[in-house]
Design a protein around this ligand. Structure first.
Ligand code: TIU
Length: 222
């Protein structure tokens, strides 16, 4: 079904059958109090406020049968898929693979690596485990989207300037039209949230469009 979403820099037009809702890295360790993100000194409330709007979008797209996928950033327990530069980055006392507040940090199978309960994937919704920031790098995301005939990707998740940006840029280069929902993405840094959103829609939508949960839900359910 054809839908027109009020967006910037101009309306985003999509076909619901060719649309996927992609929820990026809404994992306990990034978003929840008591996780790795908070341990590093971040105010995680800046991230957790994206949960409720994303949940509303999830409810709406699920009720319409629109495809949903989730990603998680993390690694194998033996860290064999973690590049040495990522492991070394930050010179952290407690970093990737170490025992953190919610299990081993960014390791698959650990509680901190799990997607937050509010946005828990349904059994039929693929969860793409990614070792990097972009969801296309070293994953089967492109294959899944291609098999489904996806042309439009609606994006939620964290963080705006890191994994959301990298993924949207990768998607744009692969020919997908991306709509980022401003209140469903978040950053630990308010200035990066603001700049990150501006960059997407600058220059006539240089690598995507920006809207919000309310405008998107109203367009697809209206
Ligand atoms: N998912 C994601 O954005 N991973 C990060 O490492 N983000 C930071 O902002 N650190």
């Amino acid at each position: 079904m054809h839908r027109r979403v009020k967006a910037e820099p101009y309306d985003f037009e999509l076909e619901t059958e060719a649309t996927a809702f992609l929820v990026i890295d809404m994992q306990n360790d990034f978003v929840k109090p008591g996780g790795f993100g908070e341990m590093l000194g971040n105010d995680v409330s800046l991230l957790s406020r994206a949960i409720l709007p994303a949940q509303r979008v999830l409810d709406a797209v699920r009720s319409l049968g629109i495809h949903v996928l989730h990603t998680r950033e993390g690694h194998r327990p033996d860290l064999s898929d973690c590049p040495p530069n990522k492991l070394a980055r930050g010179r952290l006392k407690t970093g990737i693979g170490d025992e953190g507040p919610m299990g081993r940090i960014l390791i698959r199978g650990q509680q901190g690596h799990e997607i937050v309960e509010e946005l828990k994937p349904l059994p039929e919704e693929p969860v793409v485990d990614k070792p990097g920031k972009g969801a296309f790098y070293a994953t089967d995301l492109h294959q899944i989207l291609d098999n489904w005939g996806i042309k439009y990707i609606v994006v939620a998740g964290v963080t705006t300037e890191v994994c959301v940006h990298t993924t949207v840029r990768e998607a744009n280069d692969r020919g997908y039209e991306c709509l980022v929902l401003e209140d469903c993405v978040a950053s630990y840094f308010p200035e990066f949230q603001e700049a990150g959103i501006k960059m997407i829609k600058a220059q006539g939508g240089i690598f995507g469009w920006v809207s919000n949960s309310e405008q998107f839900i109203s367009a697809i359910t209206g």
